[in-house]
Design a protein around this ligand. Structure first.
Ligand SMILES: *Cc1c(COP(=O)(O)O)cnc(C)c1O
Length: 424
């Protein structure tokens, strides 16, 4: 069952609190997360990979609120990061750097230096040039860098093109074709400044079918065994994230089948396994609450104009993503289809198109479901809008995770050059 449910008064609620009441207190638009839901999802994922001793590194790019990271840290999670900014967040949330894996195709020298300086658990390198850069920096710092190679096993995950990373022609990983990955791994294993940490793979996101995982993991395992048989240490296999969720029901994700697949492939093979789920832990445990500003009829269309916009939740326009949208109060009978749109000056600024919606009027509240992942983390200041604040409900009480930044703060960051020499 979805963590967002109707209470006895038909008010959409989470963990005993009505979302309308939370929005009244903290304002609208507002992200609301469920600590109980996150705990449940994370724990079930951990349990699904426990038989193979899997360690779970939450992919922070899905949601980087410190309050979310600290909760996952408390549950035993490490972090998968993609920038020095995310490293700073992991540390600020109390995560041990040794429990952090650094992914990403374009780590700068400065980012590599920062990661090594705090004794990061593992860097997943994605090119020969990156391995060389890490080696040079490790030499300069006089330490041994723990580096795994992210390989590209050329598996299409059959998901949206913008979140597909597994094919040969994407920018991700080192191709296992033409033996490139094998050669680079051997070179790396001989490097006196690198401690070879193993291999990593991540084929994409929102993958709802196990077949692409099976193909990718089988290819990774074959390469790992080949390298190990050749005498090279391959301690860790990082199996990435990508497990998909149900955006129609916004219900919890079952990890049992995924766990069984991993057991079938890796049990008894002698590798330490790492996992990097992001979306599957947090997406359905967060909703974006918004309020109707106006309703208008444009030609045959009903437009419901709300106070949340693409700067708060980019997924609908970026990925053509579908999010369920539910009225906060008792929903009447659907009267006609409507587009739910924001105030931003872009035709692409919508949260849902052609949705069956009851009669709504100014002030009515809506919840955009499944917004916990790639929602607040992707928010921007576009149109000089301050992104929605974030709240976590813990044991029936709401806690502010991040206040909306006052527009004055953005303005105060900026400077106007002295234009006195320019004729008016
Ligand atoms: C984005 C990403 C993840 C998380 O993907 P989800 O689909 O959110 O689980 C994990 N690992 C890497 C390397 C990523 O880039």
């Amino acid at each position: 069952m979805c963590v967002f449910y109707r209470n006895n008064n038909e008010e959409l609620s989470v963990d005993g609190m009505s979302l309308g009441a939370i929005a009244k207190q903290y304002g609208s638009p507002l992200y609301v997360y469920s600590a109980a839901g996150i705990t449940d999802a994370f724990t079930r994922f951990q349990n699904a990979v426990a038989p193979v001793n899997g360690k779970v590194y939450f992919a922070m790019k899905a949601n980087s609120a410190l309050g979310v990271l600290a909760l996952i840290g408390k549950l035993g999670g490490g972090m998968d990061i993609v920038s020095a900014g995310e490293l700073a967040r992991a540390i600020a949330a109390g995560i041990k750097p040794s429990d952090v894996v650094f992914s990403g195709v374009g780590k700068t020298n400065d980012e590599i230096r920062q990661a090594l300086a705090c004794n990061i658990g593992q860097i997943n390198a994605e090119s020969q040039a990156e391995v060389a850069a890490i080696s040079a920096i490790a030499k300069e710092m006089d330490l041994l860098a723990p580096v795994a190679l992210r390989v590209n096993v050329d598996v299409s995950p059959s998901t949206h093109a913008k979140i597909s990373t597994g094919e040969r022609n994407t920018k991700f990983g080192i191709s296992t074709n033409q033996r490139e990955a094998c050669d680079i791994y051997q070179q790396m294993a001989k490097d006196p400044h690198i401690s070879p940490a193993g291999l990593a793979v991540h084929i994409g996101s929102q993958i709802r079918d196990l077949a692409p995982f099976e193909r990718a993991y089988s290819a990774l395992l074959a390469l790992a065994i080949e390298l190990r048989n050749a005498g090279w240490p391959v301690p860790n296999l990082d199996l990435g994230g990508g497990v998909g969720i149900d955006y129609d029901t916004a219900g919890p994700t079952d990890f049992k089948e995924y766990g069984l697949l991993v057991q079938r492939l890796f049990a008894g093979q002698g590798f330490n396994l790492g996992f990097e789920p992001g979306r599957a832990i947090i997406a359905n445990n967060g909703a974006l609450i918004t309020q109707v500003i106006y309703v208008k009829q444009g030609g045959d269309k009903r437009f419901i104009i709300v106070d949340a916009a693409m700067n708060d939740l980019l997924r609908p326009t970026l990925y053509e993503a579908h999010h369920a949208i539910w009225p906060l109060d008792k929903p009447g009978i659907s009267t006609s289809k409507a587009d739910i749109v924001g105030p931003v000056c872009e035709t692409g600024d919508y949260l849902g198109l052609d949705r069956d919606m009851p009669n709504l009027s100014a002030g009515d509240g809506l919840a955009i479901l499944s917004a916990g992942a790639y929602g607040a983390a992707m928010a921007s200041n576009y149109n000089s809008r301050s992104p929605a604040a974030e709240v976590m409900v813990v044991d029936g009480a709401a806690h502010l995770l991040r206040a909306a930044r006052p527009i004055a703060d953005y303005i105060n960051d900026e400077m106007i050059p002295n234009y006195t020499d320019i004729p008016e």
